[in-house]
Structures are given as structure tokens and as C-alpha cells.
Design a protein around this ligand. Structure first.
Ligand code: ADP
Ligand code: VHF
Length: 370
């Protein structure tokens, strides 16, 4: 079974019901302080931690004095705008005593559907993580309308986990795992310790949530599990409400783990290899050798560029003899790539007029042919 200490990059999703007291609507500050201690413990082991936290609507509705039932879209957007400041502030305050810097990252469904925006958000998250920051991610509820929103943070958290190549996704919930039926309604329901495959039988066991503050229930958690595990990220559901839920999970607290189907890197490369290419980049002998030994493609090794492609589009990579070496995602447009081909990376800024990335195709975005 997967464990937290085995994972190097961990995404933790915190549901509204954990962060906000159900009756008073107030922030559960003591619980959050204990969670911050868990995050500090993981960071002290050299792990990368990304938090995906719900709670902006629940916090904001209390401040605005809005009713406890389902709000019309405009009101929930207003509540999110008010609550998100408090939400991010609360994490900053809780993690500061551990000398952990936080960053607020608000995303919408479109940020992952549009490849360019996806790559940009990936680069930002990667930079933050590299600087030791703990990103606090939520959906940008204030601007996301129904057609363009996830609406639940389970799938959003899975998307973040896939985007950053995490190897563990932990959903802290109000239930300690996945049961044969909704345990709130069926006292005979039994919990699974581990689920290797999400079969139609498993899917049929997932029901809605009943907490009133949350969205999605088990249905969105299973969708999240499918996304994460297919991309090589193991996922756990565990009860989040006791203090220090991550330490408890590591010490064997009840949970359900969904097994990763693949290594995250392998899954990502398979995804890239299956894309329809939008252009061609032909490279010289030296670059072909460099790619073969796992390096990124630098402008210096590029001979020709073909096609009309944008940043993030997939390109076929051809060797000097015209043989296809593989394919990868371009970090430049066709126009930019043509302008910098054959040049040293250090010259990019002078040629384009702005500082770009050193590689035209980064090795993480490249799948070489077998
Ligand atoms: N098969 C199942 N196993 C466990 N919980 C289930 C199942 N089907 C439905 N549920 C419900 O899903 C709830 C968890 O989802 P949700 O209320 O959305 O919480 P969260 O705030 O963590 O997103 C549980 O409390 C339970 O009522
Ligand atoms: N983005 C919304 C939360 C949506 C959501 O998924 O809520 P939950 O089921 O509590 O994780 C918010 O911050 O209020």
C-alpha cells in the first residue's frame, strides 16, 4: 500500500466541512494550526506539499449573513470573493510560525483545458514549489460560471496533482474512506482499505454527500481517483476532522487508498506520445544525441521548423536523417522558434526582446520513440 512517507510530492485536499464549523460557520483555527504542523512535518522530510482548499463560500456566507442553504450563483460568487481572502489569510497565518511561505493560486477549469494556460499554471506551480512555497489552490469561484467551473474541489485537486506530477493525492473528508454504500445512510456499509481498479461495481457504490456545506460527495471523489491514478498518482480518502490527520494517516488511521496505475512520468509521456502534432522540428546530430541521453531540446540544435503552432502545441521531432525521434510540447510559437533556431539559449532575450525559456522542448514534455 502507498504511504505518505514514500511520496515525494503530495497534494492535500481540504473540504469546507473541515475548515469551517458547521453550526457557527466560523473558521476552525485550532484544527488548521494542527494541519499546518502536519504540513511542516512533511516539508521537514524534504517533500513538496500543495494544498487544495475549499471553504471560501462557507466563510464568506457567514461574513455576509447569507442563508445556510444552496445560494444562487451570484451570491455564492460574492461569498467566495469575501471568503477567499480570509481563507488564504488563515493558511498564511497558520504556516508562518513554521517559516513556510504560502501562495494563493486560483484556477478555473479553462486553465487546464487550454494547453497554453495549462503550461503557464504548471510553470508557476513548479517555480513556487521549487522555492519551497506551499501553494494554496482553490477554484476561482468569483469569476467561474457554471459552464466553466469544476464546481467541486475533488476533481480540481486531481487536476492539480496531475499538473504537478504528484505521486500522492490525499482527500481529507468527513468520512474515513470509500464504503460499499453511503455509511451515513446504510449502517451495514463496509470500508475498503485499497481499491486497485475503479470498476462499474465500485462506481455504483458512490453516492452524494449529506453534509450541507460540501459538494460532490463520493461521486466526484471517484472521478478524482480515476484522473489521478491514471496519471500515476495514488489517492487516499481519510477522515480529516481529528487534529493532525496526515500524521494519523501515516500511523495507520482508517482510509481507502486508490492504487496508481502507472508511474507519473511514464503516464505523462504516454499522453504526450498520443497527441496529434501541429508542427515539425528538425534537429542536428548533436541535439539528436543529447535528446537520446535525456536532455531537453535547446534552440542551438534546431535546423528547421515547420507548421503554424502555438506555445504548448505538440511537435514531431525529426533527426538529421528525417527519422522521427519522438514528439514533445513546444515552449515557443512557430514564429519564435524559427527566430531562435540555431542560437545559443543566452541569445534568446536579445532576439525575441524578452527572456524566454532556455529549452524549446523541455525533457519533461518530450516522449521519445521506442
Ligand atoms: N460509498 C460511499 N462511501 C463513503 N461515503 C459516501 C459514499 N457515498 C456517498 N458518501 C458520502 O460522501 C460524503 C463525503 O463527501 P462530501 O460530503 O462531498 O465531503 P468533502 O467535504 O470531503 O468533499 C460522506 O460523508 C458520505 O455521506
Ligand atoms: N471552491 C469552493 C468549494 C467547492 C467544494 O468542492 O467544496 P467541498 O466539497 O467542501 O470540497 C469553495 O472554496 O467554497
Amino acid at each position: 500500500m502507498a504511504t505518505l512517507t514514500d511520496a515525494q510530492r503530495i497534494v492535500v485536499k481540504i473540504g469546507s466541512a473541515l475548515l469551517v464549523d458547521r453550526t457557527s460557520g466560523a473558521l476552525r483555527a485550532d484544527w488548521l494550526r494542527a494541519l499546518a504542523a502536519d504540513v511542516a512535518w512533511l516539508k521537514s522530510m524534504g517533500k513538496d506539499v500543495i494544498l487544495v482548499s475549499s471553504g471560501s463560500i462557507a466563510l464568506g456566507r457567514r461574513v455576509l449573513g447569507l442563508a445556510a442553504q444552496e445560494l444562487p450563483l451570484e451570491q455564492s460568487q460574492a461569498a467566495a470573493a469575501v471568503g477567499q481572502i480570509r481563507l488564504a489569510g488563515a493558511y498564511e497565518e497558520a504556516l508562518a510560525p513554521h517559516e513556510i511561505t504560502t501562495a494563493q493560486v486560483l484556477v478555473t477549469l479553462e486553465d487546464s483545458a487550454d494547453r497554453r494556460r495549462y503550461l503557464n499554471s504548471r510553470a508557476t506551480l513548479e517555480t513556487l514549489i521549487g522555492l519551497g512555497v506551499v501553494p494554496i489552490v482553490n477554484e476561482n469561484d468569483t469569476i467561474a460560471t457554471d459552464e466553466i467551473r469544476y464546481g467541486d474541489n475533488d476533481r480540481l485537486a486531481a487536476q492539480v496533482a496531475v499538473t504537478v506530477g504528484a505521486d500522492a493525492l490525499i482527500l481529507l473528508s468527513d468520512v474515513d474512506g470509500f464504503y460499499t454504500a453511503n455509511p451515513a445512510l446504510d449502517p451495514t456499509a463496509r470500508r475498503y482499505d485499497i481499491i486497485d481498479q475503479i470498476t462499474p461495481e465500485i462506481e455504483a457504490m458512490a453516492g452524494d454527500g449529506v453534509s450541507g456545506l460540501s459538494k460532490g460527495g463520493m461521486i466526484t471523489k471517484l472521478l478524482a481517483a480515476k484522473m489521478a491514478t491514471a496519471a500515476g498518482c495514488a489517492m487516499a480518502i481519510t477522515e480529516g476532522s481529528p487534529d493532525n490527520p496526515l500524521k494519523l494517516l501515516e500511523n495507520g488511521a482508517a482510509s481507502t487508498w486508490f492504487a496508481a496505475q502507472d508511474d507519473p512520468q511514464v503516464a505523462r509521456k504516454r499522453w504526450i506520445a498520443a497527441m496529434k502534432t501541429r508542427g515539425v522540428v528538425s534537429v542536428d546530430e548533436g541535439a539528436a544525441r543529447a535528446l537520446g541521453s535525456g536532455k531537453s531540446l535547446l534552440p542551438a540544435g534546431i535546423r528547421h521548423i515547420e507548421g503554424d503552432f502555438g506555445r504548448g502545441d505538440p511537435l514531431a521531432i525529426l533527426g538529421p536523417d528525417g527519422r522521427k525521434l519522438g514528439q514533445g510540447l513546444s515552449r515557443y510559437t512557430a514564429e519564435e522558434a524559427s527566430a531562435i533556431k540555431g542560437c545559443q539559449s543566452i541569445e534568446i532575450e536579445a532576439i525575441l526582446g524578452y527572456a524566454g525559456r532556455a529549452a524549446v522542448i523541455h525533457r519533461d514534455d518530450m516522449a521519445l520513440s521506442p
